[in-house]
Design a protein around this ligand. Structure first.
Ligand SMILES: [Zn+2]
Length: 243
């Protein structure tokens, strides 16, 4: 595909990344987050799970704490201090009103202009099947951006002080097979690599490759695949849904 990617909107102050697992943000998006923070924007992370089912050789009980720690360290590398976990069960997140309500609550609490989420499509492109957790969280985040503005959908949230927020102007989907926009991450690239590298235990279980070489390779692949459609600059691509 040779169609060019548009630059992401820049007239916003606050973004909230809503993903399924520790490391979802670090597969590319974190390099964009670093760039956004350089521009004095605010970014927070909300994770549906603690990724406790992510490491074959480590029990969920042990992995919970370990992956939370690695996620907080990853966020710290790019300058994000707001990291929240919703404690859905890793691997079996259910799309439905309960998930939408939790994401709506997060959006109302943090009042972002931009929501960033993970690929909600069935595949990553071609026949590379996506995971059920990503599909569920991505779809629910797209839905919750609207739910957050409607006081009658989850009225119990307003009773708890979470007043409607109809200020989400875009939802940007990372890892989509149908990207429309991109962010130049020339400046954020190295922090993106180090941010992914903080998931060291997870990466060591995933691959024989040295974790730093792996992280750099992954970031080169992600940012290199968007580059030909974005002036040959290293870039992170998103499918943008304006509201
Ligand atoms: Zn994931």
């Amino acid at each position: 595909m040779t169609e060019q990617l548009e630059p992401m909107p820049t007239d916003w102050r606050r973004a909230l990344a809503i993903v399924a697992h520790p490391d979802d943000v670090e597969y590319g998006t974190a390099a964009a987050v670093a760039t956004w923070l350089d521009e004095s924007r605010e970014v927070g992370y909300v994770l549906a799970t603690r990724g406790e089912a992510g490491i074959d050789g480590v029990s969920p009980q042990e992995a919970t704490e370990l992956r939370e720690r690695e996620q907080r360290a990853s966020a710290h590398v790019v300058g994000v201090s707001l990291v929240e976990f919703l404690d859905h069960r890793d691997g079996v997140i259910e799309y439905g009103p309960a998930l939408r309500r939790d994401l709506t609550a997060a959006i109302r609490a943090h009042r972002p202009d931009l929501v960033v989420t993970i690929n909600h499509h069935d595949t990553w492109g071609g026949t590379a099947w996506n995971t059920p957790d990503h599909r569920a969280v991505g779809r629910a985040a797209l839905d919750a951006a609207a739910d957050a503005g409607n006081r009658w959908i989850f009225p119990e949230l307003a009773d708890n002080g979470l007043l409607p927020w109809d200020g989400v102007r875009w939802v940007a989907v990372a890892g989509s097979p149908y990207p429309t926009h991109a962010v130049d991450v020339t400046e954020g690239f190295e922090r993106g690599v180090r941010s992914l590298l903080e998931h060291r235990t997870y990466i060591e279980a995933l691959t024989e490759t040295d974790p730093e070489a792996y992280s750099r390779h992954v970031l080169h692949q992600i940012t290199g695949s968007a580059a030909p459609r974005f002036g040959d600059r290293p870039a992170v691509a998103f499918e943008l849904f304006p509201r």
